[in-house]
Design a protein around this ligand. Sequence first.
Ligand code: ZN
Length: 371
Amino acid sequence: MHSTKHPIAIEDSVATLNLTSFHYGAPGRGKKVYIQAAIHADEVPAMLVAHLLRGQLEKLDAEGRIKGEVILVPAANPLGLSQVMHGAPFGRYDLSTGLNFNRSYRHVATALKTALAGRLGVDAAANVALIREFARSEVAAWEPADNAATLKKILLGMAIDADIVLDLHCDNEAVLHMYTGTPLVDVIQPLADLMGARVLLVAKESGGEAFDEACSRVWWDLADHFIDAAIPPACAAVTVELRGENDVNYDYAQQDADAILQYLAHQGVLDIPTTALPAAHCGPTPLDAVEPLAAPHAGVLVFRKRLGDQVAAGEPIADIVNPVSGQVTPVAASRPGLLFASTAHRHLLRGMHVCKVAGTDSFRSGNLLSS
Ligand SMILES: [Zn+2]
């Protein structure tokens, strides 16, 4: 094992910031796995899972049981973790620009479509190696204009050539759920089953260039472009939402860390005994079948349904109670589905996020992720 400190901001006149990564196993031998926690900074469940993974990976590495390479970044956003406003952590957006820390990653496929013209054939392994080489160069050539972009370049530089990318987050309040690419369902479903995910949201393109898609979508974008070349979806990248921001306890974290290690064992990365895969709690759901609900007016948010409940179309999920006007308005989904995530606030202004319901039939288009 070795650790690496990556400078993000090192100017003499302002605060200094570094990112730390931990490296296990050996590069170039077996699969490469990249795991990062809390790119939105105050996603504490993810950091606790990473802490437990770190202890286990150190032990397995010392015992020679890591057959590939594993990179762990246990706190992926030192910039966001340093942002506190009036006593409240504020890690989702870069305060200096207002930009979401999990958006606007460089999508290297655009440049690779030109650079690799005429160079890919029917040998899938050779194509994978060549695409990774060019993808690494493309990320290395990124010239970040600010500290947040520097951080994004460092993270993407470690992950762009990985076989497996686990991006650990949490929601405000939620049951465990995941986002991944539609072409990756078969390889990610076992992880969803091991972790007990209630929803596996899939899309070929979510919009906004989130981290997991910056790593994975390059493969099917290139496959769709170079239709005569053999290009597999060679990076299994997934965003894992580890329940809600206050679901921080050793039981959940141990359960999640054990499930991730089991997944890596099933993938041939770790030499540890494997257990049988548990029954699935869910199958894939199109991301464009998720209905986000918003407050119709200001008021107190009172839930009538619980996270994980199945709700019918038109069935009241919550009420918005305005204590001054006395107006009480139910909030309901237009389609049936599973209530899987909600705001942690209990007083909302008009238009603020209430909750998300995962249906079964696609109905949305455009940018499918929240801002
Ligand atoms: Zn997040």
